[in-house]
Design a protein around this ligand. Structure first.
Ligand code: AQP
Length: 332
């Protein structure tokens, strides 16, 4: 089996519908075909200011939502990044072969540093893509499913793998990004031209996986549409309705055209009610399962520890080869 690696930041108490549709649903499908590693990337989350107790809680909650959404820790390796020390260690080695200018060209850094301002922009935010390269390369990963916003980071990872292999001998597998289709991209329900995000300023347009069903229902019924009145996909002219159609189609597996036909001649109210039922039916069991898992944190921690051991076995072997290749003296 080919190997797959992906992760999410524990940057909120709950994941949002974009994380679920754009990532978790794909991961769940792909775990049959691949030897999959799914990480809760808590070291990455440190690049934003965090309350320590909250970060710990968010990390557990994120892991619980992976499992509740169908990632099976007995089949896939589902672990917390900081539990495997090799991530930080390989990131250091890779940082020594990354050009300063090369890292400076990462558009996500440019965007985020502008948003955070000079005082909140850390060296860690700058080297974030190098840590991501370490995550991927440690596992000899073949494929990395990511959103198109992460494509540049996977390109950097490929460059670093090739550079390292060229300088020190074949060590890393050069991974391929699997970019999500535009149809898997979910936008904010109140601002349908911005992507739905855990760190959105307003929560009104974010569907949280752990929201109470009544809250989810309200948010859908209040979603921004347009005055045209026809349920039709047109991303440019009708971003609100198109986004709702994307969610409907992604969760039911039905083509958008079929849903447009079903609601032809009916108003947005009917369409939203239909979508509300679909989303609530999908999220409710996931939410219930996640809360159940969180009720027994000791058991959850045990599962995560066992999976971290499995991950560390692979990662430590890669790191040992890397240390050897770059000329670090082996401890006697
Ligand atoms: N709106 C979205 N539509 C489709 N996919 C999405 N993803 C995130 N938002 C959407 C996918 O979810 C995974 C999460 O990655 P992440 O936690 O590293 O950060 P992100 O992509 O920046 O997601 P968020 O929710 O917007 O987090 P914050 O606010 O913390 O930055 C990725 O696979 C991503 O493509």
């Amino acid at each position: 089996k080919q190997r797959l690696y992906s992760g999410m930041q524990p940057s909120a108490d709950s994941l949002q519908a974009g994380n679920y549709i754009g990532a978790l649903l794909q991961w769940r499908k792909m775990q049959d075909e691949y030897d999959a590693f799914f990480s809760v990337v808590d070291l990455h989350a440190l690049t934003q200011p965090n309350d320590p107790a909250e970060l710990r809680e968010k990390t557990r909650r994120t892991a619980a939502q992976y499992i509740a959404a169908g990632i099976e820790p007995s089949r896939s390796t589902l672990y917390v990044q900081s539990h495997v020390r090799a991530h930080a260690e390989l990131a250091w080695i890779l940082s020594t072969i990354t050009g300063f200018g090369e890292a400076g060209r990462m558009t996500q850094f440019k965007d985020k540093s502008q948003r955070y301002g000079a005082d909140a922009t850390s060296v860690g935010l700058f080297t974030y893509p190098v840590l991501m390269a370490a995550d991927i390369l440690l596992y000899k990963t073949d494929v990395v499913p990511v959103g198109d916003d992460q494509k540049q980071h996977v390109e950097l990872t490929r460059d670093l793998a090739e550079r390292f292999n060229g300088r020190f001998g074949e060590t890393f597998v050069v991974p391929k990004p699997v970019i999500q289709a535009e149809t898997a991209r979910i936008y904010d329900l109140q601002e349908p031209t911005s992507k739905m995000s855990k760190s959105a300023e307003s929560q009104a347009g974010v569907l949280w996986l752990l929201d109470e069903p009544s809250v989810t229902a309200k948010k859908i019924m209040r979603a921004v549409t347009d005055s045209d009145g026809t349920v039709r996909y047109d991303r440019a002219e009708k971003p609100g309705v198109s986004n709702l159609l994307t969610i409907y189609s992604a969760l039911t597996g039905r083509p958008v055209a079929e849903i447009e036909d079903e609601y032809a001649g009916r108003g947005y109210g009917d369409f939203k009610k239909g979508l509300r039922d679909v989303v609530v039916a999908e999220f409710e069991p996931v939410r219930a399962r996640a809360l159940e898992l969180l009720d027994d944190p000791a058991e959850l921690d045990r599962v995560l520890a066992a999976n971290a051991d499995r991950a560390a076995e692979v990662a430590d072997a890669t790191l040992a080869t890397v240390y050897e290749r770059v000329g670090l003296l082996r401890r006697g």
